[in-house]
Design a binder for this molecule. Structure first.
Ligand code: TRP
Length: 336
């Protein structure tokens, strides 16, 4: 029964797109089938507030959106515990204790946080908030509350895991060997480019296909995808290597269909519009079961709430066990 706990999560700040699907969701769906693992997914609403403190409606709304995205791609609540971060207050308590174990200079050096602060000048102005600067501490609490957690992450999250490991070592050296250092599992999933060819797919870039997009939205977006700029007329010889439609065909179409599309494009025998239509159909085919599941959850919000409630209760039990050990080690177990 010694299953390895896995912890992943997202900030509830927007709908998930197909970049998230290939980047992390697909792996999470696969991992939950492995008997050796006990996966948890946190909806990081507290962390989302660190840079959306002035927009609580946005965070609130996206908690359920995110849960529906998870459920519709096949995260199975009987195998994966989905929980809401703010409803496990033990992690907030842990954050306070850990904040003594990390210096401001160390937080300021965290490359992920540094990049983010630079991107958020408009929100933070000259001086960043204590909460945002300190979110790696809160993330360390999220992770360590679930002892022995493996954390599958993208490269941008590695500095956060490293910082968590440092906090754990510091804690253990002062209070005794209580916490377990988590391990980052670098996912080898690729980052999906945007429809415009941008290296990153994102809401702010306007180049994403969302899991919740309708057929019409997908059709419209695919029609606007960037193709070989040198190909003006249909019988110009095309270069699929610089075409986003060809790039997406590789993700959503059969190998045969891809080879066909590329050959016909190079020979000037197929037009971009026909090629886009075929791709849009295949993306819609891929999204069909996801949309159907989502529709069910949209029509039955009480089911989503029940899943979140039960997941959160389960997560809390685990976090409470850790908290008990932590308080004992810190001599805060007054009436025990
Ligand atoms: N930082 C993560 C993100 O931006 C979300 C997150 C919060 C997280 N706590 C976590 C991820 C713990 C992994 C483990 O998406």
């Amino acid at each position: 029964m010694n299953k390895k706990r896995i912890l992943t999560g997202d900030r509830p700040t927007g709908k998930l797109h197909i970049g998230h699907y290939f980047g992390s969701l697909q792996t999470r769906v696969k991992m939950q089938e492995n008997e050796e693992y006990d996966p948890y997914i946190l909806i990081a609403d507290v962390q989302a507030l660190t840079d959306n403190f002035n927009n609580p409606e946005k965070v609130r709304k996206n908690v359920r959106e995110l849960a529906m995205d998870y459920l519709s791609v096949g995260i199975d609540p009987t195998k994966t515990t989905i929980y809401i971060q703010s409803m496990v207050p033990e992690t907030a308590e842990l954050t306070v204790f850990y904040s003594n174990l990390v210096t401001i200079a160390r937080l300021e050096r965290n490359p992920t946080v540094k990049t983010e602060i630079a991107q958020k000048r408009e929100l933070f102005g000259e001086s960043v908030t204590y909460g945002f600067l300190g979110y790696p501490v809160s993330q360390a609490a999220d992770i360590t509350a679930f002892e022995g957690a493996l954390v599958p992450v993208g490269e941008d999250q590695l500095p956060l895991i490293e910082q968590c490991r440092e906090i754990v070592r510091k804690f253990n050296s002062i209070y005794g060997e209580v916490l377990i250092e988590p391990e980052a599992v670098l996912s080898n999933a690729k980052r999906i480019k945007g429809l415009d060819g941008n290296e990153k797919m994102g809401k702010s870039l306007g180049n994403a296909i969302y899991l919740a997009d309708s057929e019409e939205e997908v059709n419209k977006k695919v029609m606007s995808a960037v193709t070989d700029p040198n190909r003006i007329k249909k019988d110009d010889l095309g270069n699929p290597d610089v075409c986003m439609v060809a790039y997406y065909h590789k993700l959503f179409s059969s190998e045969e269909a891809c080879t066909n599309a590329c050959e016909e494009c190079r020979a000037g025998k197929r037009g971009c519009v026909a090629c886009k239509r075929e791709l849009a159909n295949n993306i819609n085919e891929f999204l069909k079961p996801i949309r159907e599941k989502r529709k069910y959850y949209e029509e039955n919000p009480e089911v989503v709430d029940k899943i979140l409630k039960e997941g959160t209760e389960k997560a809390r039990i685990t976090a409470k066990e850790t908290m008990k050990k932590v308080k004992k080690a810190m001599m805060l177990d007054y009436f025990e």
